[in-house]
Design a binder for this molecule. Structure first.
Ligand code: ADE
Length: 418
């Protein structure tokens, strides 16, 4: 399979949109210019499994500018932008294996197609590619020098692999960089999740009760944006510290079984499974909307919802209506998959700029340093994180103060007091 996309003729529109996103990615653009001259990834085969979006396209183009031989597949069956897949394949010589709406079998055949090109560096989002490499393609592990992982869920899976002693090569946890999760997870997920819900349903948030499950960086972003749109916002949590933070941020915190009776719109972002399940469906209001913005489609127990339903029908694109025996209707968005990428376009380019700058610089770091690294999960080097924040601030025309010599001295002294 040389590539597998929906329609190569979509390339022109994909190209226009890739260029539009590029305008909002100044940090990645600066890295691309450097890569073009220095070729830090020369000859390296990179296998990427990411959401195929305009922002990802700019990352792939940057890696190629750095000398890498890049192949790309989708990290989610519903997140692909088909025009972008066409443009990457046709205009940039980056073979792409991704079709929006692909079934699970095709999804895995795309991951396999990338693995069959024998990548030396993996770039993953959710760790499906790494999981498959460690099961069906174990014989290729010796050729892999390192990898990067984009998201919270993927990092959790990789740390579990490291703990079990099965991780075969070093992987950098991009998600754990401050310039990633503090911005992408919070402001990116915050905005794109509401964007996805609105595009799918056209509901008004003002006056609604929104239930946000999980108050990690993503949940915080979504709760704050839902409130900003005028929604009464409830948070559910299992961690007392995060629950306390949500309360002091001004949200109501309660168990899902209680929130289920009150909510109009439910959004899961926990990284766990069956956060919304049978006991909750039984008490939800007629017309409730449920959706997920966590990585996998397990947060909402869909089989249980199906079992309770007397009928299921699609009432709008990305909106399935499940009718209960008592006549109540529950609306599931995007089959419980990432609503922001399925019904909207994922995070805006300006925030992906930082996440993908971390990706590009970490791939360069891996190419340079892999021989000194063990098969473990590593943080993004602090210098990279700092460089990304500096470049981003500069691109926004914002400048910092600098310490005076007197202040520098004060900060490392103990003699001065009251
Ligand atoms: N994850 C969330 N938003 C994304 C985007 N726009 N591109 C790639 N991955 C993403």
């Amino acid at each position: 399979m040389k590539h597998h996309i929906k329609n190569i003729q979509l390339a022109k529109e994909g190209q226009r949109r890739i260029e539009w996103a590029e305008r909002e990615m100044p940090v990645l653009r600066a890295i691309q210019e450097r890569f073009r001259k220095e070729k830090p990834l020369k000859g390296k085969r990179i296998g990427a499994c990411l959401h195929v979006t305009t922002e990802t396209a700019n990352l792939m183009i940057t890696l190629k500018a750095g000398g890498a031989d890049v192949k790309l597949c989708a990290s989610n069956p519903l997140s692909t932008q088909d025009d972008v897949a066409a443009a990457l394949t046709k205009n940039h010589g980056i073979p792409t294996y991704a079709i929006k709406g692909e079934n699970e079998k095709t999804y895995y055949s795309h991951l396999k197609a990338v693995l069959e090109t024998r990548p030396q560096i993996t770039m993953d989002d959710g760790a499906d590619l790494v999981g498959l490499l460690h099961s069906r393609y174990q014989h290729q592990l010796d050729e892999v020098i390192g990898g990067t992982e984009e998201t919270t869920t993927g990092v959790i899976r990789l740390k579990a692999m490291e703990k079990d002693g099965v991780l075969g090569y070093p992987i950098i946890a991009i998600n754990d960089a401050d310039t990633k999760h503090m911005f992408d997870n919070r402001y990116g997920t915050g905005q794109s999740t509401l964007d996805g819900i609105i595009r799918a349903t056209n509901v008004l948030f003002a006056g609604k009760t929104v239930v946000v499950a999980g108050y990690g960086w993503c949940g915080r972003g979504v709760a704050s944006r839902a409130r900003g749109m005028g929604a009464h916002t409830i948070v559910t949590e299992i961690d007392p510290l995060k629950g306390l933070e949500a309360v002091m941020d001004g949200f109501e915190v309660m168990p899902m079984v209680k929130a289920a009776r009150q909510g109009d719109i439910f959004i899961t972002l926990t990284g766990n499974k069956h956060v919304i399940r049978e006991e909750h469906y039984r008490v939800m209001k007629d017309g409730a909307i449920i959706c997920n913005s966590g990585h996998f489609n397990v947060e909402i127990d869909i089989p249980a919802l199906k079992k309770l339903a007397v009928s299921i029908k699609q009432v709008r694109t990305f909106v399935d209506e499940y009718k209960m025996k008592d006549g109540r209707r529950i609306h599931l968005l995007a089959e419980g998959r990432l609503i922001n990428l399925a019904a909207a376009e994922g995070h805006p380019a300006s925030v992906m700029d930082m996440s993908f700058a971390n990706q590009a610089l970490s791939a360069r770091y891996m190419a340079r340093e892999h021989e000194s690294l063990d098969p473990r999960v590593y943080d993004v080097p602090k210098e990279i994180d700092k460089e990304v924040s500096k470049l981003k601030l500069r691109s926004m025309n914002m400048f910092l103060d600098v310490l005076t010599p007197e202040q520098e001295k004060y900060l490392v002294s103990w003699q001065e007091g009251t």
